[in-house]
Unconditional design. Structure first.
Length: 412
């Protein structure tokens, strides 16, 4: 046998070209990545000892239920630190299914549930398994800032349909239907909606479901704020008739149970989808921590009074902040129907959302989130979190009004 040797010429290090990265890195680095600049600056100020009222991200300020924390700590001390089933322990999956069945009135079993690393991990896992390169995903806009990266990671194409700010950001059903093409694979909704706080009505949900059935589409529903609907009861996608085989519902403990750092969420969908998600998670997380799943089981086995109290906190704070911001010159507050955020339209001020947010942080030490990274229809809006005690909410509102007044008095 004859061997051939190919000799590779050596080059000096200075002549080597930069290492290349996969196309994925460009697809996940969407405009939404820049949304968090103000938040990062505010965190640096806080860490240096500056008193900043941080109203950027959805961090609940309330304490989690003691039963959930106690169970988690006990499980950790008991050695529940080994590998867990890839899509969650059967008891936890059954508890999530029972909760869904109780709320939706539709059959749901453990085989319909996958436990995932937070709602964000659930959205990525679900979309990765129902759509791919060449497919289009229709998303009402404004979008949550991370959606663009999830769509980019899957290789799909995002098609946005603006929500109407003049009417409180309800879905435009005619525009949704007009956006459907032969390449459309998924309609992705979020209710209660982040960032706008809109809560889709039963009629709107039924109309969206009808579009999915008529055009053979998946419905991906982000319901992480399901326990925080104020204006009307939350209508979950799993409750819609004749939709079980084409629906993926994503939620988590993060918001209503005040434990975003748990990174424990779930996907509810048809059994085939759950099996595919299991295969995906096997190559990513290899299962969630057992001690966190034990804590989640304690939280989801019944309706905790802490969840109801947290709902009331956000409803009350929304009323308080809206009343304060109604006095902000050249601004328009959009009262939320649910969730833990308020949208403030600052376009009449003449500043961009980014400039307004930076000026507010510099002069009044209040940090809010510019919404330009949430899509074109959100440009000129600020998202203000309600995740602070009432006295801090009141103080932040007064500071925002003071800043808006100072802007209105500046020479043009």
């Amino acid at each position: 046998m004859t061997w051939s040797i190919r000799r590779v010429s050596e080059r000096p290090p200075s002549s080597l070209s930069p290492m290349r990265f996969a196309p994925l890195v460009e697809r996940v680095a969407g405009k939404g990545v820049g949304t968090w600049v103000t938040h990062t600056q505010a965190r640096l100020l806080i860490e240096s000892g500056v008193d900043v009222i941080l109203l950027t991200v959805g961090n609940p300020d309330q304490k989690p239920a003691a039963t959930m924390i106690d169970t988690t700590v006990a499980a950790l001390r008991a050695g529940r630190t080994l590998h867990a089933p890839t899509i969650g322990y059967p008891k936890l999956r059954a508890a999530i299914a029972s909760r869904s069945e109780r709320r939706s009135g539709r059959a749901c079993a453990a085989e319909n549930v996958a436990v995932v690393p937070g709602a964000q991990g659930g959205l990525f896992s679900a979309l990765s398994c129902i759509a791919g390169a060449g497919d289009e995903v229709i998303v009402p806009e404004p979008i949550y800032a991370t959606y663009e990266g999830v769509v980019g990671a899957t290789g799909t194409t995002m098609v946005t349909v603006p929500l109407d700010p003049a009417r409180g950001f309800p879905p435009d059903l005619a525009a949704l239907e007009a956006a459907i093409t032969p390449r459309t694979r998924v309609i992705w909704i979020n209710t209660p909606h982040n960032p706008t706080g809109a809560v889709f009505t039963a009629a709107e949900m039924e109309a969206i479901a009808a579009l999915c059935r008529a055009h053979d589409l998946w419905l991906l529903s982000d319901e992480v704020y399901e326990d925080l609907a104020f204006a009307r009861p939350h209508v979950g996608a799993w409750s819609l008739p004749d939709m079980a085989e084409r629906t993926a519902v994503v939620s988590s403990l993060s918001k209503a149970h005040a434990v975003p750092a748990y990174r424990l969420g779930w996907v509810i969908g048809p059994p085939d989808l759950i099996r595919h998600i299991s295969n995906l998670l096997l190559s990513v997380t290899y299962g969630g921590p057992a001690f966190l799943q034990d804590g989640a089981l304690a939280a989801l086995s019944g309706d905790l009074p802490e969840v109801a109290a947290l709902h009331e906190d956000y409803r009350r704070r929304a009323v308080l902040m809206c009343r304060l911001l109604a006095e902000a010159l050249h601004c328009r507050v959009v009262p939320p129907e649910g969730g833990m955020f308020i949208m403030l339209d600052i376009r009449p001020s003449g500043l961009s959302a980014d400039a307004f947010a930076h000026g507010l942080l510099d002069s009044e030490r209040v940090a809010v989130l510019p919404c330009d990274g949430f899509g074109a229809s959100a440009e000129g809006y600020l998202r203000i979190s309600l995740g602070a005690p009432d006295d801090r909410i009141r103080e932040a509102g007064e500071r925002i009004v003071r800043y808006a007044q100072r802007l209105a008095q500046r020479p043009l």
